[in-house]
Design a protein around this ligand. Sequence first.
Ligand SMILES: NC(=O)C1=CN([C@@H]2O[C@H](COP(=O)(O)OP(=O)(O)OC[C@H]3O[C@@H](n4cnc5c(N)ncnc54)[C@H](OP(=O)(O)O)[C@@H]3O)[C@@H](O)[C@H]2O)C=CC1
Ligand SMILES: O=C(CO)COP(=O)(O)O
Length: 352
Amino acid sequence: MEKIAVLGAGSWGTALAMVLNDNGHEVRLWTHVAEHAEEINRTHQNKAYLKDVVIPEAIHATSDLVAALKEVSAVVFVLPTKAIRPVCQQVKAVLDHHVTIIHGTKGIEPETFKRVSEMMEEELDAACYDEIVVLSGPSHAEEVSVKQPTTVSASSKSIASAEHAQQLFMNDRFRVYTNKDVLGVELGGSLKNIIALGAGISDGLGYGDNAKAALVTRGLAEIARLGTAMGADPLTFIGLTGIGDLIVTCTSVHSRNWRAGNLLAKGNSLDDVLEQMGMVVEGVRTAQAAYHLAKVKGIDMPITAGIYQILFENADAQAMVDQLMTRTKRPETDEIHEMLKAHYLKAYLTNE
Ligand SMILES: NC(=O)C1=CN([C@@H]2O[C@H](COP(=O)(O)OP(=O)(O)OC[C@H]3O[C@@H](n4cnc5c(N)ncnc54)[C@H](OP(=O)(O)O)[C@@H]3O)[C@@H](O)[C@H]2O)C=CC1
Ligand SMILES: O=C(CO)COP(=O)(O)O
């Protein structure tokens, strides 16, 4: 059994700490707020983030990063995207041995278009790890923390690192696959949050299952379009971290992104919605990133653009639906054939 630090005591960090604890590991749950650590250790609950869930006593919460990292074999970052760089800088200052680095964060940095593993590579000391592992897939903390069956992927350029994460987390309620396409896994997990905001808006406007199915499938088409243009494997987008996560986030009442979209459609301002949520709604910043990234790359992402305009340009949600529904006529699958052909031709030519 191993010593593991989980950095971030929000809903997902707490749920992942519980999976690791179930697997017999010694888990330190780090939060940047001393009172939060004290409350978790005293009450064995994390009321603000995982209401009604009892946290096993063996999980020790701490705000002391040096103590959290002492002799650990793995460090699991489970923070909002905007906290990744500052926390990596703190870790770099104190981590003095080699570990497996894993992250469960889903977002893209708006200013740089960097994925989370890219930001981590820029901030951490490369001598302390081999290749970063991304843990991603359809997995709401509210269900994982009560041991509902869940499947995710552990993705890394190093199969040994991915398999280490797989072995740490996998049990009979939490099934972990490995995957080599880090780019596709991170893009799928991040971009689906934008579409989930759209699903919440659609439901908030009173539209039904047809509209939501349209958002999921056409949302997936534009996620895959951007992802494939950036070099991801198109098949990743029909896996757990693509369509799988898109389905769960667009249809679950647990989704923070869906809930935020729903509140927006009911007339609340973005600031009010974020204040009410009290938890990170990653799709908002990722919509900023994806909207500008798609422009730079010349990729058509009409749903993402519509959601960006609702969030940041005060566009009317109803008018956006009308705009999407009256776009120019086009075939459904031509571009998908082109994407697959281009990807596999490249793979064939480069012998990958
Ligand atoms: N919730 C879920 O079911 C899932 C979430 N994810 C992803 O995991 C990531 C974390 O999400 P989630 O756990 O839901 O987020 P929460 O909002 O529940 O918790 C975020 C945690 O990070 C802390 N934090 C915020 N800023 C900093 C900082 N600068 N330094 C240190 N700690 C900080 C917060 O502390 P404070 O209390 O002070 O704000 C809080 O403890 C996101 O990228 C999300 O998309 C992935 C899969 C499932
Ligand atoms: O990524 C998630 C589920 O897989 C969590 O999504 P939300 O942040 O919308 O709750």
